[in-house]
Ligand binder design. Structure first.
Ligand code: SF4
Ligand code: SF4
Ligand code: SF4
Ligand code: FES
Length: 663
């Protein structure tokens, strides 16, 4: 970009062509007041606080929307401009109901800060005192229109950064108001509760129900970390006061994995399930009662050693939730396969792993999980195929990437799913195959893309083309329950795309059919042979650290251990749940033929009723550990709060039991 030179307040400063006057002022340490400007959003010049004088301009202009040019002579601070800014502030304060003493944002409000800066101890205009609504229907957020200054930051964030475009301005003139969709309450709108609008709101107009009055930012410690909840691995900045989470923000909404969803931003502030903060041991009457951790560890070690010597190593099995961190899973694997010497180890998403791994293997031996691409590729896509997934629900940030690509790149969105999902208003084409005919639908679609002229020069493309030679597109689409016209339209979109991305999720993974995964990989290979690069495919895995568990080989490769406890003659079961809330219905056969059950968990659930010993686990915010994102990126969390004294990290407890067993 060409360098330009301007004169600001008598000094020569440099900038780049394409910068605004505000960009250059900020880069050169010139402090201009702003309210509607927010880093990364398109500027609209709504608040008029950043006005500057530019020689040869008849009146002051907003610096945030004025394109900088070589040779401009600019004045940013003089009596006239300061008076103008103070006047704007007075108008903003008198237009709505700003009662700072009663406001949730007092002490953390950009409007209030500017009022102090400009010593706005009175206003020369009459207060309007409008009676405006307060929308509190959303689970986490409140919009109090009485404190809104109509800066539009929330609207632009929801559109440009989140891609959902729930918010907009409604009404006209002095009745102008931020509205959700067609003026519905936020909680009944298309809002995905990501909270980005709350983070950017400069006043107390949008606030979080569970952060209000817990502590002002300057009273809190700020800790950067990563959200490990769903496997996307979003960056977080946590505000902590008195060992309590006050608020979770994104450190930079415009950065990679910078937006959050309600699971990362709000859920950690709510305590939904009862915590286990002490070890529990079943007494003679069959009731779990509190015991010191050291005593419980001793009981577990003695019982497991006894059962191992009586029935052999493989009489003890281990099941882990892949919500646990890499450190916990590694320690668990060492404990079950090393200390105990058992081959019976699995995760709760083992079936899904087996289908995925076998499907990849049929597609191409030794291809492994690296066939998957990075989530950021979605943002570059011009055609996206979502199969058996509802990302806006299961992995909302991935869903937001898809919505952004559809809105901003005009990417064609094709959904293959018998069930409707939250993308209905972004979807270009929705294909609904009959139950059990998903594989045929995918193979027929692949054949149709080949017929449109896929490049057949790679060995893999040749192999796929040969394997589908007998498929007749018309018959195949009819048998799959999809109209041939719709299927051909989808094939047309995929074949014309320069950068297609395929995303699949639990809807297809739950069929546990490796053939479906192979069909998807075949389709991705054929679709990407039209444009550049390797097949772009992303699987939305069931738990936050599924990728870590799968990479570590915790999931059993050939059978579900939980479903085959009796077949494997298992006498003792060790279940590591960490901070995953799992109840008894998710653990089939629990109790059958078992003489001893240990559950290590953060939360009390019906699963504990079958346990002989329950050991407490910390939650992710209480330890700093490593996780692997669903697309295979290593991320580290930081400790945000301290656990209670009787809670030790999972690996520490497992090593302690190991030590006792080896005595
Ligand atoms: S939004 Fe800011 S200025 Fe308005 S009442 Fe709240 S603290 Fe005061
Ligand atoms: S919470 Fe997110 S999706 Fe909902 S209105 Fe705000 S920015 Fe939009
Ligand atoms: S709700 Fe907040 S961010 Fe949105 S327009 Fe009003 S003041 Fe600006
Ligand atoms: S920040 Fe420039 S007009 Fe609002």
């Amino acid at each position: 970009m060409k360098e330009i030179t301007l004169t600001i307040n008598g000094n020569q400063v440099k900038g780049k062509e394409g910068d605004t006057v505000l960009d250059i002022c900020q880069a050169n340490g010139i402090d201009l007041p702003t309210l509607c400007h927010y880093k990364g959003l398109n500027d609209v010049g709504a608040c008029r606080l950043c006005v500057v004088e530019i020689e040869r301009e008849r009146r002051p202009v907003p610096a945030c929307t004025y394109p900088a040019r070589d040779g401009l002579v600019i004045h940013t601070h003089n009596e006239k401009l300061e008076k103008y800014r103070r006047l704007v502030l007075e108008l903003l304060f008198t237009e709505r109901n700003h009662l700072c003493a009663q406001c949730v944002a007092s002490g953390d409000c950009e409007l209030q800060n500017l009022a102090y800066k400009y010593q706005m101890d009175n206003a020369r205009y009459p207060y309007s005192w409008p009676a405006l609504p307060v929308d509190s229907v959303n689970d986490y957020l409140v919009i109090d229109h009485n404190r809104c200054i109509l800066c539009g930051r929330c609207i632009r964030t929801c559109d440009e950064i989140v891609g959902v475009h729930t918010l907009d301005f409604g009404y006209r003139g002095w009745k102008d108001m931020v509205v959700a969709d067609l003026n519905q309450p936020l909680g009944q709108s298309s809002c995905i509760s990501c909270g980005a609008c709350f983070q950017v709101c400069p006043t107390g107009a949008i606030f979080s129900k569970n952060s209000a009055y817990k502590g002002r930012p300057e009273e809190c410690k700020k800790v950067n970390s990563v959200c490990p909840v769903c496997g996307v691995g979003c960056q977080i900045e946590a505000l902590v006061k008195d060992n309590r989470l006050v608020r979770i923000d994104s450190p930079d909404l415009t950065d990679k994995r910078g937006i959050l969803c309600h699971k990362g931003r709000f859920a950690p502030l709510y305590r939904k399930h009862e915590r286990i903060d002490t070890a529990l041991v079943k007494n003679g009457r069959g009731k779990l009662e509190s015991r010191p951790l050291s005593e419980a560890i001793d009981i577990v070690a003695k019982r497991l050693a006894e059962l191992k010597s009586r029935y052999g190593n493989n009489s003890i099995a281990g099941i882990a939730s892949s919500q646990a961190s890499n450190e916990s899973l590694k320690a668990f694997k060492e404990f079950i396969t090393g200390t105990i010497g058992s081959k019976l180890i699995d995760t709760l998403d083992g079936d899904i792993y087996r289908a995925t791994a076998q499907g990849i293997n049929i597609y191409q031996e030794k291809a492994g999980l690296d066939t998957e691409t990075l989530l950021e590729e979605i943002l570059k896509a011009d055609c996206i195929l979502v199969v058996g997934a509802n990302p806006l629900e299961s992995h909302p940030v991935a869903g937001s990437y898809i919505a952004r690509a559809a809105r901003q790149n005009k990417a064609k969105l094709i959904v293959i799913d018998p069930a409707q999902n939250a993308f209905s208003y972004h979807t270009a084409l929705w294909l609904k195959p009959k139950e059990g005919k998903e594989s045929l639908a995918l193979s027929t679609l692949t054949k149709a893309v080949i017929d449109k002229g896929a490049k057949k020069d790679s060995a893999q493309v040749k192999k796929i083309t040969a394997s589908l030679k007998d498929i007749n597109v018309k018959q195949g689409s009819e048998q799959a329950g999809i109209g041939a016209d719709d299927l051909l339209e989808a094939a047309e979109m995929l074949s014309k795309a320069k950068y297609s991305v395929i995303i699949y999720g639990e809807g297809i993974l739950q069929h546990k059919n490796p053939g479906l995964i192979t069909s998807l990989l075949n389709l991705a290979t054929i679709a990407s042979s039209q444009g550049a690069g390797k097949p772009r495919i992303i699987s939305l895995k069931p738990k936050g650290n599924s990728r870590g568990a799968w990479d570590m080989g915790i999931a059993h490769t050939s059978q579900s251990i939980m479903k085959n406890l009796t077949g494997n003659n298992v006498k003792a079961l060790y279940i590591l749940l960490s901070d995953d809330y799992v109840n008894a219905s998710q653990l089939p056969n629990l109790g059958k033929g078992l003489e001893f059950v240990v559950v290590q968990s953060s939360y009390l659930s019906s699963a504990m009723s079958k346990a002989n010993v329950v050991l407490p686990s910390p939650i992710w915010a209480e330890v700093g550990e490593k996780y692997s994102t669903l697309d295979g990126v290593a991320k580290s969390t930081s400790r945000l709060i301290k656990p209670s004294d009787d809670i030790k990290a999972d690996p520490e407890i497992l090593r302690e039991i190991s030590k006792h067993m080896k005595k």
